[in-house]
Every structure is written in structure tokens, then in C-alpha cells.
Design a protein. Structure first.
Lengths: 335, 335
């Protein structure tokens, strides 16, 4: 579908679900951006879910988002059950402001929801020449090391750095595979890779539905489990949001709002070494890139480069939408 | 060896290498603590290396460590090529002070050296009821994703949280195995596990020497490589220290000081939710611990619990020292 037409349609859908014009545009642009970077699991496949939750009043279409100033560096945001995109957009703007003012920003958001890709928010801080961490927790998907039941989300660690060129943005879930990819495989009737998830009984499965009912495996066993736990503490416990497996699955559980938490830490890289920082980060990247390549590699990419290339490649193309999703969009639009 | 006697001996060895009484005690206590938590790869096995570098003036025994105040939250420390223990000890004390004052502390240390286990410093902040990140970079040991040569260190991610009981302290290297463990296997003539390291030609090896000459594998491929890169940027590029594979191996390379960097971020967990934080973190841990256990597990431990148990178990016991290390200690003491 032509991007303009698609964009207008999605905005209209959000408007029909009572979001303001501005918030409808924010949500739409993040969803389309996920498509452009080919993170389709965070794109249009989620539109119906967001609308379902808006309709059931589990997402507040007109939230009164409150920013509480704790210091020039620290802010606490009550998102009033807003859609995640909107509160995270406000939150990262505040974190940028705080770091620009004092060298370091710390912004916690409570009572929010799924906000798409963490890298979207990291990118905004990096484009303002800041280093940034973005943390968010998610519904149970991973079993803690030693347990046979899911409790942690796939809880990503997202870290961004300005490079003078394409932003360095690591956005790494603590699971071997993103849950969104399993959801999409399930939606499209495809299999998932071997060895990334277990069924209910604890056996490895390539069936997407069984994996969703079972549990995913963390990266590197105890280490990945610990990193997922860290993200749950930072996003959930610290911010005053749900944690410890209490975040509801947005697709399956309509018994209440999600109360997802986000935490943004922003650092002005100039505080310690001034302008030297940009010289050194460029040198750092050059040193890595010129290493001898492993078999099958013609170049070494830093985190964020691949997504950036995809974005540029897709920016002026039509967006291809699977039939099933297209039908959903048309139904939502027709209401 | 009796702990008291060993402690006195090591202090005397550091004194003979011109460290002040206070600094000798600091270094000794960190080395012995590594033995007590059974992280032997970070314990006495390194004593001779530190002494060799002190003797060759690559570690400055009487550094003039300067703390530059950037704001009430942010400090930059020039360690003047001190032994890592001493500058990190000063750095974490400063980071604690800053967070107690403003809610958030950010302390960068440049011109430092290997500081033992990151968890030692995290623990100090956690015992003052702070959340803490400790980052440090290290000599080349891991090949970036797509490269066939080492460049990143095993660059640990260390994160601590107060729990009201044993501190939650995740201290996770970004390699599948700690380099210290390979060094120790080499020193003691033992094999390393299969699948954690490659030899020079890129083949999996269980020979410790070949692994040291080759490259270690990161956790989770591109993700672990990205996390190691993140730690290199935070510890090296941001602080004004060596980075991009330029940190010298302390055991093999005596051509100059290491110029390792450390970065500490401290957060007062009460800033957002006040006293509720301690209630919620206890609830979080309880929720995880009561999950049904996987086969082979009788309980679920959080990061830091195992080391804490080992510490308590070993605290009043003699420290067993391999013959080879004992000989080194006696030789260093006899000089």
C-alpha cells in the first residue's frame, strides 16, 4: 500500500478510537516506522490489539499524563494508562531536556503500555548527541533460570550512542528470539527456529502456538535470566509499575490495563572529555570495522546500521501488508 | 593458609612494592575476597602480575588520584595509573556520595587498571541502599560479530540492587566463559569447556593456551558482541581511557600502562516511589522464588546469592592455595 494512504488510514483508525489528532499521528508514525525497519512484529500486526484495548478502555485514549519534576535531572511520569508510544515519546523528550541541562537525565514512566521498539526512543536521544539507555518490561515470556514457568518478559536492553553518522543503537531482547517474531509466525502459520522455546512440558518446540503457551529461552542461561531480571527491576520495581510477571499480555488478557514501566537514562557524552568524544567514538568504530572478517562476512556492522539501511531502502517504497493484516486494517477503518 | 597470616603476607608484599599501608590493605582485602567467593581467577593467581607491573613502573604505586567535580551528580577521576582496586574504591565512594546527594551519581575513571571483580564495588553501593551499574573494559579477548580477531574484552555488565537481605548483584561477563577461568586453567594445566573459545585458525578448542592465543566467543552472537561493545564505549570512549582493543594485556604486555576505564552509575531507588521500593523488590524476588522449579533445581537463586553463600561458608576457613601460587607468594615475600 502507498505509505501516504496507509498513514492516513491508520491515523483515521486511531482517531475513531478517540485518540487526539497529535497522538494518532505519533502512534501511526511509530507503527509505520516498525514496518520500514522490517521489525514487522512491532508494526501493523499489533494495530488490532491496540484498538481492542482502546475499545475496552484498557488503554486510555485521552490520558492526563503528569510529569513530576524531582530534580533538574530526574523526572517521574504518570502515563495514566496511555498507549505506550505517547507516554514514551513524552518521556524521552524529558530525558533529553534533563541531560542537556545537567549532563545526566533519569526519567521513569509508570502506568504505560507497550511502546513498540525501544530503539525509536533511543534514536531521538542519540540524534540530540546523547548517550541513552532505554529499558521496558513486558508480559511473561521467559522462565527465570531454575524455573519451568515464564515470568520475565523478553525485556530488551537498549543502548544508543552518537557516532557522527548512523546512530549506534543496540536493541537486544534478553530472549533468544523476539516474542513478536513468534506471534507473527503464529499469525501467519509459520514455524519458529529450533532451540529458542519450550512447550508447556519443557520440550523444545518449533510450533509457534506451543511456544507461546510454553516458555522462551533466555540468552546465555543464568546470565540472560539475570539481565531480564535487571530490566524488570529497573522498568517495573523502580518506576512503580507492574513487575514480577504481573504485566498482562496485551493480546490475550483484557482483565485490566498493562501498567508497563519504562526507564530512560540519558548522558551528555561531552561531560568528561568534551569534543574528544566524537573523535574517539569514530576511531573506536573504525578499529572494529577494519578487523579481518570472519567467513561469510564482507563487512562488520555496528548495532543500528542494519536497521538504518533497511529504513532508507524502504522509505520511498510501498509497504507490503499480509492479507490477514490488510483485512484487519480495512475492518477497523470501516467501523 | 590461615587468613590472618596470608593477609599480613600479601600486605607486606604490596608494601615492598611501594604501595602505602592503606592501599596495600585495600588491594589485599579485595584479592582475599575474590578467594572467599571462589572467584579464584580474580584472586591470588593475579598477585604476581600486579607485582610485575608495579616493579616495571607500569602501575604507579603512589598515584596522585584527582577527582574533578563536574556537578553534584557527576565526577571525573584521573587515576594516574593506580592499581585498579584503589581508584575504583575511591570512585565508588564518590558515586555513592553523589547519588545520596542528588538521587543519581555518574562517575568516570580514566588511567586505571584491572580492579578485580565488579561486584565488589557494586556491593558497596548496594549496602548503602543504592541501585548501581559498574562497567569496566578489558584487554582483547572477544571477536566482534563478523570478525575473526579479538578486540573487545570480556567486558562485564554489573548491576546491583538492595533487597533488604543479600544484595542482588548481577556480574555477567559478555563472554561465554570468564577469561580469568581460562588463564587459571592454563596456569594449572587444565582443559576448558567445549564451545566457549576458538583457536587462532577459528576452530573450537578446549586447550587453554590455544584459547588465549585465539579468541573467546560472546554470549548470544550479535547480541553479546553488541553488549561488549556498549561496555567498551561506556568504560573507554566516554571516560577518556583506552578502547577499541588498545588495552594492554596485564600478563603479557609490558610496553606501557593499561589505561583501563571504569564507569559507575548510582541511583537512589527511593526517588520515584519512596519506601515502597523495598516492599516491591521483596515482592518481586518472592514471586520469582516461588515459581515451579525446573528439573535439577531445588531453589531459584537471584544473582549474588551464590557468591554470598560461598563467602559466608569460607569466611572462617583457611584459604587453600595451589602449590604454584604459594611458591609465587613466598618468592614475592622473600625479596
Amino acid at each position: 500500500m502507498k505509505k501516504n494512504i496507509l498513514r492516513l488510514k491508520i491515523i483515521q483508525i486511531f482517531r475513531k478510537h478517540l485518540l487526539s489528532k497529535k497522538d494518532s499521528e505519533i502512534c501511526t508514525d511509530y507503527l509505520i516506522k516498525a514496518e520500514l525497519v522490517e521489525a514487522k512484529s512491532h508494526g501493523l500486526v499489533r494495530l488490532k490489539m491496540y484498538c481492542d484495548r482502546l475499545q475496552k478502555k484498557l488503554i486510555n485514549p485521552r490520558p492526563k499524563i503528569k510529569i513530576r519534576k524531582i530534580s533538574s535531572s530526574i523526572s517521574h511520569i504518570d502515563a495514566d494508562n496511555s498507549i505506550g508510544f505517547v507516554s514514551a515519546d513524552i518521556g524521552i523528550a524529558q530525558a533529553i531536556k534533563n541531560a542537556k541541562r545537567t549532563g545526566i537525565g533519569l526519567v521513569a514512566i509508570k502506568k504505560s503500555g507497550h511502546f513498540g521498539l525501544s530503539s525509536f526512543y533511543a534514536e531521538q536521544a542519540v540524534k540530540k548527541n546523547l548517550i541513552v539507555f532505554c529499558f521496558t518490561n513486558a508480559p511473561p515470556a521467559l522462565a527465570p533460570h531454575g524455573a519451568k514457568k515464564s515470568l520475565f518478559g523478553t525485556n530488551p536492553i537498549c543502548f544508543g550512542v552518537p557516532t557522527g553518522k548512523t546512530p549506534f543503537i543496540l536493541d537486544s531482547s534478553t530472549s533468544l528470539i523476539n516474542r513478536g517474531k513468534i506471534r507473527q509466525a503464529h499469525k501467519l502459520g509459520k514455524k519458529i527456529p529450533y532451540g529458542v522455546a519450550l512447550d508447556k512440558s519443557g520440550k523444545i518446540t518449533t510450533n509457534a502456538k506451543k511456544a507461546l503457551d510454553g516458555t522462551q529461552l533466555p540468552i546465555a542461561g543464568f546470565k540472560g535470566s539475570g539481565l531480564a531480571w535487571m530490566v524488570d527491576i529497573l522498568s517495573g520495581v523502580l518506576t512503580g509499575s507492574n513487575h514480577g510477571g504481573k504485566i498482562k499480555d496485551p493480546f490475550d488478557d483484557f482483565s485490566g490495563p498493562q501498567n508497563v514501566g519504562h526507564l530512560f537514562i540519558t548522558i551528555d557524552p561531552k561531560v568528561f572529555v568534551g569534543k574528544q568524544f566524537m573523535k574517539e567514538i569514530k576511531k573506536n568504530i573504525k578499529l572494529v570495522k577494519r578487523l579481518p572478517k570472519a567467513k561469510g562476512f564482507s563487512s562488520i556492522l555496528y548495532p543500528g546500521e542494519r536497521k538504518n539501511k533497511l529504513y532508507k531502502k524502504n522509505l520511498n517504497k510501498d509497504i507490503s501488508i499480509p492479507k490477514k493484516i490488510l483485512k484487519e486494517i480495512n475492518q477497523l477503518h470501516a467501523v
